[in-house]
Design a protein around this ligand. Structure first.
Ligand SMILES: NC(=O)c1ccc[n+]([C@@H]2O[C@H](COP(=O)([O-])OP(=O)(O)OC[C@H]3O[C@@H](n4cnc5c(N)ncnc54)[C@H](OP(=O)(O)O)[C@@H]3O)[C@@H](O)[C@H]2O)c1
Length: 298
């Protein structure tokens, strides 16, 4: 099959490309950076260099595709993140329809189920636009927080011996390994067993903040690593100081923490009838994390 993958060689797209190429598919990969072309070719895929905001480019990219993997990249430095999400999402929907793509695997989020609430409104819209298309089969993958987010905390872990956000350390956090997401997407493309519009939850593990700190601390030889609960205001200030636009930091990070603390995502899982996919435990990830941590801090 001809498959177009968005998301360049990011956390999910890289392992997805590798599996699709190994399965014999012709894979095109969209990246905004000409510098990535060599690495994409080395994976056995064809680079398509351009911006997801460019409607004509996306239509052209999807034109000869039997199937596409859609995702909206994080773009935390734009003043209006929702506008970016809407622009890219509508480009996808138009191009899929006009190019008569038959199968779409769409990276969504568990946040998409929090209908009418501030976090991740864009994901609800993207799911809705794609599900409204006719003559195309759409599978929405709904992961929770990525394990790979912890790579962004390496400096804080190393210098301060802490880990945390605005969720209390006793609250269960559901999480997803990007490799589990990629595996679910690859299986969907290889089997084409999804019909109409369906969704699958991608949950790799569930742990409290205190448990996460203990597992990661043990893996890097820092048994003193602690989970610290930040106030909403402190988390917002820290994110903004790190260059993230206030609007994005508030809606996509602080509000998400509040929703998790209120048990909204947990309620969703308890009541969800969607299939659940996830194989890689947080302890397995901790071994991968330790290698990256040691290389980064040494
Ligand atoms: N992190 C979480 O906890 C979480 C939870 C639930 C859902 N999600 C979903 O997962 C997404 C992230 O997936 P991921 O981690 O696999 O992605 P990723 O590693 O962030 O990679 C995305 C890639 O897309 C490319 N890109 C960025 N802007 C672009 C543009 N304007 N046009 C074309 N390409 C562009 C970039 O590569 P180039 O530089 O090569 O262009 C970027 O590295 C989130 O945005 C969200 O949709 C995340």
């Amino acid at each position: 099959m001809n498959i177009t993958v968005t998301g360049s060689i990011g956390n999910v797209s890289r392992p997805l490309i590798q599996t699709l190429v190994a399965s014999g598919h012709q894979v095109q990969v969209i990246s905004s950076s000409p510098d990535r072309a060599v690495e994409i070719r080395a994976l056995g895929a064809t680079p398509l260099i351009g911006a997801l905001e460019d409607e004509a480019f996306i239509l052209n990219a999807f034109q000869a595709s039997d199937a596409v993997y859609t995702m909206i990249p994080p773009h935390f430095h734009t003043p209006d993140y929702n506008r970016f999400v809407q622009n890219v999402g509508k480009n996808y929907a138009r191009a899929i329809s006009q190019a008569r793509v038959q199968y779409v695997v769409n990276l969504s989020s568990v946040g998409s189920v929090l209908a009418g609430r501030p976090p991740l409104l864009g994901y609800q819209s993207l799911e809705a636009w794609l599900s409204a298309l006719t003559d195309v089969h759409v599978l929405h993958l709904r992961p929770a927080g990525f394990y790979s987010n912890f790579y962004g905390s390496i400096s804080m872990i190393h210098h301060q011996g802490i880990l945390g956000n605005n969720v209390d350390g006793d609250v269960d956090l559901v999480m997803s390994h990007p490799d589990d997401i990629a595996e679910a997407a690859a299986e969907a493309f290889n089997t084409l067993s999804f019909q109409g519009s369906t969704a699958v939850n991608i949950i790799s593990d569930q742990k409290t903040g205190h448990e996460l700190a203990a597992v990661l601390g043990a893996s890097i030889g820092r048994p003193d690593l602690r989970w610290v609960t930040l106030s909403d205001q402190l988390l917002l200030s820290a994110l903004v100081q790190n260059g993230i636009q206030a609007d994005v930091a508030q809606h996509y990070m602080v509000d998400m923490g509040i929703a998790i603390g209120q048990g909204l995502l947990d309620d969703y899982y308890q009541n969800s009838t969607e299939q659940v996919f996830g194989r890689r435990s947080f302890s397995e990830f901790a071994t991968e994390f330790a290698k990256v941590y040691q290389t980064t801090v040494s």
